[in-house]
Design a protein around this ligand. Structure first.
Ligand code: HAM
Length: 423
């Protein structure tokens, strides 16, 4: 077939999808136990939700957004969740009580990036956002939730790196210092960083090119330029993380690829992933609502890539075993047996017990047993002429290979008794 899915956008089905669903449920439970409730926003947003809010010099806004252009509007497929979340919060006044509000989302994101392992054009992100709480304790909570998600799934091979990118005041002084440092070296920087120099000099620190990385080693770093309240905030964050028993390291080079962060910024990276090693990341974004021309209120959050989480689980051989098989397979031999088993199979399904039944009444026992094996049923139940005459059925435990005769009169209750799987 010539028509294929879009590059970097995958179909999900079968066992892989069941594993995803299992992990998704697990992550949702972690969110719920920390008091986060779900929010869903549309995939398509007006372009203004991201341009001017996420940062016009960021890769996302500059070159990664998928646009949908109609006669009167330009829409984009959501490249990230935080700006959409903020649009929804402001539209529905969810911040108005002034009380802390905890939200999580699980949504597909779209970025026109070069696909590679762990980097897709449609990927799935879990995100958590906490509004109306300016405290460093709130920042520590988000980092702790992200840490808990990985730990509880059995992933321990990652590093938690934290930094403070300062507030508008101390950051602008720092930016000037940074620009003064890079100015005489401008022509040694890569083309991208030369462009970044004027408006987002801090992102030069994040460049992956060797020449830029080497030059950045000598650059002044933000911790030395933080104002006293940003310093206090950061110190308190560190002591909260210590109390929460989250292992972290300080990395003054963490600046994040999005422009809305203030104070705390963090990243979780793992060697389980390969080149695209970011498991998740986030930070505080107290100034984002003002970019929507609304009154500022504090907020902090993170995003985690589901595809990358699944890679890490696979690397650690911690992917859940699929448990998607019927408990019973009914094998009627002939019409009379079918008429007896068919209504019973429906009755059981309606009670929540999965029992398959073969609709082909012309096949022999061998073929029917093969089908029971193919669908991986725990039990198969055979009813032929002989059993009908004796008022019994033959029940075979497909996993243990044992079999027994059950009375037709008590069949329903005998099946229900065997319907529960061992945990
Ligand atoms: P982000 O760092 O751009 O942050 O993305 C968060 C996570 O999404 C990454 O750490 C990575 O695991 C995953 N991810 C990003 N791009 C891709 C891709 N192309 N393919 C697969 N996975 C990817 C944000 O999006 C912020 N909105 C996070 C945030 C929430 N900050 C505050 N609140």
């Amino acid at each position: 077939m010539e028509i294929r899915s879009v590059r970097g956008m995958n179909d999900l089905f079968g066992e892989e999808l069941q594993q995803w669903a299992h992990v998704e449920n697990h992550v949702k439970k972690v969110f719920e136990s920390f008091g986060y409730t779900e929010i869903r926003t549309p995939a398509l947003e007006k372009i203004e939700v991201f341009s001017g809010t996420v940062g016009d010099e960021t890769d996302i806004v500059e070159k990664q957004m998928y646009q949908v252009v109609t006669d009167s509007e330009t829409y984009v497929l959501r490249p990230e969740g935080t700006a959409s979340f903020m649009r929804a919060v402001l539209e529905h006044n969810l911040q108005s009580s002034g009380q802390p509000g905890r939200f999580f989302y699980y949504l597909p994101m779209f970025r026109h990036e070069r696909p590679q392992k762990g980097r897709l054009r449609q990927f799935h992100q879990f995100g958590a956002e906490l509004i109306n709480d300016a405290s460093p304790e709130a920042d520590a909570e988000l980092i702790t939730v992200l840490d808990q998600i990985y730990q509880s799934l059995g992933i321990t091979e990652y590093r938690v790196r934290i930094n403070s990118v300062g507030c508008t005041e101390c950051r602008s002084a720092y930016k000037e210092k940074l620009k003064a440092f890079f100015q005489p070296k401008l022509n040694q920087l890569c083309e991208q960083c030369q462009k970044r120099f004027e408006r987002s000099a801090m992102r030069i620190l994040d460049c992956k090119r060797e020449t830029c990385k080497t030059l950045a080693q000598e650059a002044p770093l933000i911790p030395s330029c933080l104002c006293s309240s940003c310093k206090t905030h950061h110190e308190r964050l560190k002591s909260c993380l210590t109390m929460a028993e989250v292992k972290f390291e300080e990395d003054p080079y963490i600046v994040r690829g999005l422009d809305y962060y203030t104070r705390t910024a963090f990243e979780f990276t793992s060697q389980l992933l390969g080149a695209q090693d970011a498991l998740g990341g986030g930070g505080r974004y107290d100034g984002l609502s003002a970019r929507f021309d609304e009154a500022p209120f504090p907020a902090v959050g993170f995003g985690l890539g589901m595809e990358r989480l699944m890679i890490a689980l696979q690397e650690k051989q911690k992917l859940p075993q699929s448990q998607f098989n019927p408990r019973f397979f009914f094998a009627p031999l002939g019409e009379k047996a079918f008429e007896l088993l068919y209504p019973l199979s429906l009755k059981l399904k309606r009670k929540g017990i999965w029992c398959e039944i073969s609709y082909d009444k012309t096949k022999g026992l061998k073929w029917l047993l093969k089908q029971a094996n193919r669908v991986n049923a725990d039990f198969s139940l055979m009813l032929g002429e002989e059993e009908l005459n004796q008022g019994t059925v033959l029940l075979k435990n497909m996993k243990q290979g044992t079999q027994e005769n059950l009375s037709l009169n008590s069949l329903e209750s005998e099946i229900i008794r065997r319907s529960h799987r061992a945990p």
